[in-house]
Design a protein around this ligand. Structure first.
Ligand code: NAD
Length: 519
């Protein structure tokens, strides 16, 4: 059967009572399974360890969403051995058949849409629309990469050489270690893992300790579609013990990481050291943090710009690598813009993400909440003026009110470091040129946006705003698979452009074949 052209998965229409009912039912079902225990899976074998790792609901921090196994170095090594052996068979499975598994996974994800949403609503505090967008993106990734594999998985023509028959084919790399973050708990994990599998690699997946249940749901789906045992191995456990063992293993061929700058740098350094018995240089794809800016010029519709900034800064509590954490405003409209922004932030509802009425849920855990509040204090001590929020929202879950801090110095701590929470710095600029200079003054380069009516200034932003994903006259979050291939510059990572046409190449190596023939 012909595969239809890729199209993005539509988002759920929450104005329809039937959809709201399905989501409520799925929330009840997932809640009824709270506290259940989930294994490590290596080569299809389910393994229970002595030590456990709980996954909590950040909206109600005493609720245990799931109990996971605390893997260790020995289990990480075992998973590597199994993956190495499985790779020898999996690499020879035709590309079309491999793609078939992930197309089936897409179907199952569509069927389980509300359940997957519910898991993320409880496990990482996503609101209904944010969880739904995460699931839709996961579906998009598998649909997109399945099609991409069909494109790569054929003989590719080369320039003709008389007397030779030539071609280029793409081979998998080997065993890959996939280390995703918790924030796009399903989408990023699914994207990185499915890309590695569909290209013919075997995978050891170490889910984030803040979102193992979401990772488990993906594992379950891959088992349900009949993926051969050992192609995907699921090892929950601490980043330090399990992660370091997997990264340093001599048989690890590549590491696909998305997470913070600090851990990304660490993995890159550790992976660079050639281990005894290792016969390649490991390939590291590391997508890391952001300190993303929106520039607001004079002469724009301020309400519209403030709406774009508000969604970008406070959607999923500012815990997106693409989140706007700095808005740089032309001095002529600065005061008015700050007023509008503060009002918008103050009107945001914050509370349990399982309640559809809340626009913002909790931040991921206590450590994160404390760190965010420390950053707010630091901002004030460095001269910032809190014009909205600035405090915790309640004592039960990890809530922080949407916070706007005006008059931030462009080199202040909160203007430079990734906070990963609902804190927005407002910076005043003399003119558009200075605003753009400020926008480029961090070590990151992930997303950015510009609101201006001036065509020349838009062109200048296209040339000079040094980010992997630039948006003009719109918000800086919400990248769509295939539409906005995603990845950043500088310390934002290796610019893998997830959801783009080049992405699968990161999991492949090209082999050039020439055969002598009679002229
Ligand atoms: P994190 O770096 O704390 O953790 C990411 C993963 O690394 C987790 O699975 C963690 O268990 C693992 N890990 C931790 N220490 C390890 C070690 N020593 N060896 C191997 N693995 C280890 O990041 P996080 O808090 O999960 O995610 C938030 C970060 O991710 C933010 O900085 C955000 O900007 C970034 N992010 C970037 C992108 C992007 O595309 N650039 C997308 C999403 C998130």
């Amino acid at each position: 059967m012909a595969i239809p052209k890729f199209k993005n998965e539509p988002l759920t229409d929450w104005s329809r009572p039937a959809n709201r009912k399905k989501q409520e039912e799925a929330l009840a079902k997932v809640r009824s399974e709270f506290g259940k225990e989930y294994p490590i899976v290596i080569g299809g074998e389910r393994i229970i360890t002595g030590q456990k790792l709980n996954s909590y609901n950040p909206s109600k921090s005493t609720e245990v969403v799931g109990v996971f196994q605390k893997g260790d170095a020995a289990l990480a090594n075992k998973a590597m051995e199994v993956a190495v052996a499985t790779f020898e068979k999996w690499k020879n499975v035709p590309a079309k058949k491999r793609a078939g598994y992930i197309f089936k996974a897409a179907k199952l994800m569509k069927k389980k849409r509300f359940e997957l949403n519910a898991v993320m609503i409880y496990e990482v505090g996503k609101t209904w629309p944010e969880a739904d967008a995460d699931t839709a993106e996961a579906i998009d990734f598998v649909e997109f990469y399945g099609r991409e594999m069909l494109r790569y998985g054929v003989d590719h023509p080369v320039v003709k050489n008389p007397g030779e028959k030539g071609k280029l084919v793409y081979l998998p790399l080997g065993v890959g270690v996939v280390i995703p973050p918790w924030n796009f708990a399903l989408a990023i994990l699914t994207g990185m893992t499915s890309a590695a599998i569909v290209t013919g690699n075997a995978v050891v997946l170490k889910p984030s300790s803040d979102s193992p249940l979401t990772g488990w749901k993906f594992m379950e789906i891959m088992e349900e579609v009949g993926l051969p045992a050992g192609v995907l191995n699921f090892v929950s456990g601490p980043g330090s013990a399990v992660g370091d063992t997997l990264v340093t293993h001599p048989k690890t061929r590549f590491i696909s990481f998305t997470g913070s700058k600090e851990v990304g740098i660490h993995i890159n350094q550790v992976a660079a050291k050639v281990q005894p018995g290792q016969i390649w240089l490991k390939r590291v794809v590391a997508e890391m943090g952001g300190k993303d800016s929106i520039v607001v010029d004079e002469g724009v519709n301020l309400d519209e710009a403030a709406a774009g900034v508000t969604v970008s800064a406070f959607g999923f509590q500012g815990q997106k690598c693409s989140a706007c954490s700095r808005v740089i405003v032309h001095e002529k409209v600065y005061d008015k813009f700050v007023d509008i922004l503060a009002k918008k932030a103050e009107s945001i509802t914050v509370g349990d993400s399982a309640q559809m009425s809340n626009y913002m849920g909790p931040v991921i855990n206590r450590g994160s909440q404390e760190k965010i509040l420390e950053y707010i204090d630091k901002a004030v001590s460095e001269g910032g003026r809190v014009v909205a929020g600035g405090t915790k929202a309640s004592d039960e879950g990890y809530f922080v009110r949407p916070t706007v801090i005006a008059d931030v110095w462009p080199k202040a701590t909160i203007a430079q470091e990734e906070i990963f929470g609902p804190v927005l710095a407002v910076i005043k600029a003399r003119d558009f040129d200075e605003a753009l200079q400020i926008a480029n003054n961090t070590e990151y380069g992930l997303t950015g946006a510009v609101y201006t009516k001036n065509k020349k200034r838009l062109e200048k932003a296209e040339r000079e705003f040094f980010v992997g994903n630039l948006y003009l006259n719109r918000k800086c979050t919400g990248a769509l698979v295939g539409v906005h291939p995603f990845g950043g510059f500088n310390m934002s990572g290796t610019d893998s452009k997830a959801g783009g046409k080049d992405y699968l190449l990161l999991f492949l190596q090209a082999k050039s074949i020439a055969e002598k023939v009679k002229k």
